[in-house]
Design a protein around this ligand. Structure first.
Ligand SMILES: Cc1cc2nc3c(=O)[nH]c(=O)nc-3n(C[C@H](O)[C@H](O)[C@H](O)COP(=O)(O)OP(=O)(O)OC[C@H]3O[C@@H](n4cnc5c(N)ncnc54)[C@H](O)[C@@H]3O)c2cc1C
Length: 542
């Protein structure tokens, strides 16, 4: 392990700790970034808002939280020892196990001494003359570094709609991404769940079994597909351990870094019977195969997409007994896959229970939260517990909630409020030298791309130091071209047809633009590598 150095310098009233690099966030990305920078011999401090490691898998403790990625493809690939030492219990591992896994990683690689917990970064300000970033925590503590890597997460800034009266509710209320560590007991209680996205779809069937009454407030029904989870047998575990090289080679070749790959045929190149047989085959498989192993034109051809969308609606209609409720649960206003597909276990069956009620807030909008419960345009519902499964200010939210100031005092928040998300390769943004964003913005099985991104940033910092440069930032021209390229790609897909966090359109007032790079993850990686091969093309190194 690299020797960890750190110096303290008196400054003003407090003291300022000096590091080569500061990493913000101790989730999947931040932990690996810390490990790699420390390996490079840098003095590094990681600041983490939570009291433990894990990020997404630390905060999202709601019942039912788990991977939609296959466990053996989500775990880190960078340590052969780790791959052999860790056993996954389920094919789609649950939050408690995922958190344990990341704690195991933190312990195995002795990462904790470099992490400060309960340390929320408030501001990150660039000192142009000194070429250093001044970081201040909410508690007033200060630190300084040449490099800052934000690994603050893609889905970590929670969003709660500003319902009038929200603080007046006398019962218990929880946002799913700030779930308490202690078990919440729903037994016999009147529970509300606001939202029906991927999180709610995991939570609802579990809460429905326990609660006296569960009322689900739905704005947008989703195309939910069966997860088909199961326990991992010792044989499968051993098989994975013996073939991790093959598994990792495969997921690095498929478009979105899963084991699934698209069917190269066009939807309407095959007969209706053959198509239906293929849909049924995909439906019977676990995970995202229904999306990512479907006919390859499913996300670009509207009719092809509708053909499968109707297949999914019929699956919903077959599972929900009340036809009126079933129709309410059938999405009809956006293409299949234009929003993240929630994977479910007994989600639709929950609506067959007598104690579960679906309220369509497009028909009867929520007007206020009251001391007793929720008031819609139709009536007031009384509750003991309100669950906000209302999602995230995705990708930009974690960054814009910090006061990040670059050259000329320009704030990232202002820059992006005007231009929308604007980065070069998702890795840096012009005017913020040596400030890196280790958040995967490719459509990708997260850890796979997060590893690439962390390795790219580490190699870049190594390059800067070895070649005697002091700073790196993209040119505005390269950044604008990248943003335009991403929007151009998105315009050839059906992604912009939905209100979704992919487009920022789940947040009122947020500039609507594609937030993820809408291309194969392999193409994203290729581009990042080409930029390096061409001498960090589009960046200025000084
Ligand atoms: C419920 C849920 C299920 C998901 N399932 C999948 C899945 O199946 N497959 C998949 O590929 N992806 C999934 N994702 C996406 C998931 O976010 C990523 O897989 C991954 O965990 C992100 O890791 P990260 O380290 O980049 O960010 P995070 O895990 O979000 O970690 C960011 C960390 O930064 C900290 N932080 C943020 N701001 C500050 C600040 N100002 N100061 C200090 N610390 C700060 C946060 O506290 C957090 O711990 C899921 C996301 C959610 C919410």
């Amino acid at each position: 392990m690299a020797k960890v150095q750190q110096r303290t310098m008196a400054a003003g009233t407090g003291s300022v700790e000096q590091f080569d690099a500061i990493v913000i966030g101790a989730g999947v990305s931040g932990l690996y970034q810390l490990y790699r920078l420390r390996q490079l011999g840098l003095s590094v401090r990681c600041f983490e808002d939570g009291s433990g490691v894990g990020g997404t898998w630390y905060w999202n403790r709601y019942p039912g939280c788990r991977f939609d990625s296959e466990s053996e493809t989500y775990g880190y690939s960078w340590s052969k020892e780790l791959l052999q030492e860790w056993n996954w219990k389920e094919h789609f591992s649950g939050q408690p196990e995922n958190e344990q896994y990341l704690n195991f990683v933190a312990d195995k690689f002795h990462l904790r001494p470099n992490i400060q917990f309960n340390a929320r970064v408030k501001s990150v300000v660039y000192d142009e003359q000194a070429n250093r970033w001044d970081v201040e925590l909410e508690n007033g503590q200060r630190a300084r570094a040449q490099f800052v890597v934000s690994a603050a997460g893609i889905l970590s800034a929670r969003y709660t709609p500003p319902f009038p009266g929200i603080d007046s509710f006398k019962g218990q209320s929880f946002h799913t991404s700030r779930w308490p560590k202690e078990k919440v007991d729903f037994t016999g209680k009147r529970v509300a769940c606001i939202g029906t996205g991927a999180t709610a779809v995991q939570l609802i069937p579990i809460v429905a079994k326990e609660a006296g009454q569960l009322t689900v407030f739905q704005r947008t029904p989703n195309y939910c597909a069966p997860l088909r989870n199961g326990l991992v047998s010792p044989e499968t575990q051993n098989q994975w351990k013996a073939t991790y090289d093959t598994i990792h080679k495969r997921i690095r070749e498929t478009p979105f870094a899963f084991m699934h790959d698209f069917d190269p045929r066009n939807t309407f190149d095959v007969s209706k019977e053959e198509r239906l047989a293929r849909y049924e085959e995909l439906w019977a498989q676990p995970g995202f195969s229904k999306w990512l192993a479907n006919f390859h034109d499913i996300m670009t051809n509207r009719e092809a997409n509708e053909d499968f969308a109707e297949f999914v609606r019929n699956k919903i209609r077959a599972r929900v007994k009340d036809p009126v409720v079933a129709e309410k649960l059938c999405p009809k206003d956006h293409p299949f896959g234009s929003k993240r597909i929630p994977l479910e276990t007994e989600y639709y069956e929950a609506y067959n229970q007598d104690n579960v009620l679906l309220v369509d807030v497009r028909e009867t909008p929520i007007e206020a939260i009251t001391p007793k419960g929720i008031k819609t345009s139709d009536k007031e519902y009384e509750f003991d517990v309100i669950i906000y499964a209302t999602g995230f200010d995705a990708i930009t939210g974690a960054l814009t909630s910090m006061d990040i100031r670059g050259e000329g005092g320009q704030t990232l928040k202002d820059k992006w409020a005007t231009k929308g998300l604007s980065t070069y390769l998702g890795l840096q943004t012009a005017g913020f030298p040596n400030f890196f964003i280790a958040t995967n913005t490719a459509f990708c099985n997260y850890t796979v791309c997060a590893e690439w991104i962390v390795e790219w940033i580490t190699d870049c910092i190594r390059h800067i130091r070895e070649k005697g440069f002091k700073r790196i930032a993209p040119t505005p021209k390269a950044e604008d071209a990248w943003v335009e390229h991403a929007n151009e790609l998105a315009s050839h897909t059906l992604l912009s047809d939905a209100k979704s966090w992919f487009m920022g359109s789940n947040i009122p007032g947020k500039k609507r633009a594609i937030l993820l790079y809408p291309n194969a993850a392999t193409a994203y990686r290729q581009k990042c590598l080409e930029v390096v091969a061409n001498g960090y093309e589009g960046f200025v190194l000084q």
